[in-house]
Design a binder for this molecule. Structure first.
Ligand SMILES: [Zn+2]
Length: 259
């Protein structure tokens, strides 16, 4: 992700980092493979960080269609106000959970985990686990998303040992032998043409795959990494019209035989 002026501060990683090879290895070396056994094509809508508008509009769009999403939350960002956006509060995260959405882990402070050593990543994950345990004692954060979609091979191995799945930002459809250590995901951004996502949905149906979509804010005037409620709704409807099962990441893992 490059440093564009409209990028919310939290989403503008500073770089470059050493270890570009390790990052590529993390993307391309399959480290936690599962052979997908889903009987229907699957689509998961996921939201990162998450902005308050994803709670207000994103969750509602899904609920109005009778489906639920996965929200990857960094506990340390909850309730914070950045120059370009306001993040969902802890109470709003609790509400998401109670309304049937899945809360996933996105670290606590949203670092580039490639820059962390093993102990520092453990501390990030423990802190986020403890934060949510204080809000919802019965909640387990089962699935993880790499901040900025970036990992090194060693941090990937570490994360995948703690979570059922880890999502990146490498675009593509998950089908056949799936790497649960680095799930592929397709962005829905301000500039995304819904027709382009509909073409990916057609391909998902052809391959009987699992398409994981991700966005950030969902607002009438989204940032460049967000989308409008109308676009999100059109894509949800397109997935359902094609006979895809729209499920959380947690439920999709059960459908492919990994949960
Ligand atoms: Zn993020």
């Amino acid at each position: 992700m490059d440093a564009r002026t409209q990028v919310p501060t939290r989403l503008r990683p500073v770089g470059p980092w050493p270890g570009g090879l390790s990052r590529k290895l993390a993307d391309y070396v399959v480290t936690k493979s599962v052979r997908a056994r889903n009987t229907r094509p699957l689509v998961s809508f996921t939201f990162d960080d998450v902005p308050e508008t994803a709670f207000i509009h994103g969750a509602r769009v899904l609920e109005d269609r009778g489906v639920r999403g996965t929200f990857y939350v960094a506990g340390g960002l909850t309730g914070t106000i950045e120059a370009e956006r306001r993040l969902a509060t802890a109470a709003e995260c609790v509400a998401l959970h109670r309304r049937g959405h899945e809360l996933g882990c996105h670290t606590f402070t949203h670092p580039v985990i490639q820059t962390l050593d093993a102990d520092a990543l453990t501390a990030e994950l423990d802190r986020n686990r403890d934060f949510f345990a204080s809000l919802l004692p019965d909640l387990t954060l089962e699935n993880f998303c790499y901040p900025y979609g970036i990992a090194s091979l060693s941090r990937k191995l570490q994360a995948q040992a703690r979570f059922h799945s880890c999502r990146g930002c490498k675009p593509g459809i998950n089908f056949g032998t799936i790497d649960l250590g680095m799930l592929k995901a397709v962005p829905i951004e301000q500039a995304t043409e819904p027709a382009a996502i509909e073409a990916v949905l057609d391909e998902t149906v052809r391959r009987n795959g699992w398409l994981v979509l991700f966005t950030h804010d969902v607002a009438p005037q989204p940032t460049w990494i967000g989308c409008t409620p109308q676009v999100l709704d059109r894509i949800v409807a397109a997935a359902l019209d094609r006979g895809c099962e729209v499920v959380t990441v947690r439920d999709a893992l059960r459908r492919i035989g990994a949960g």
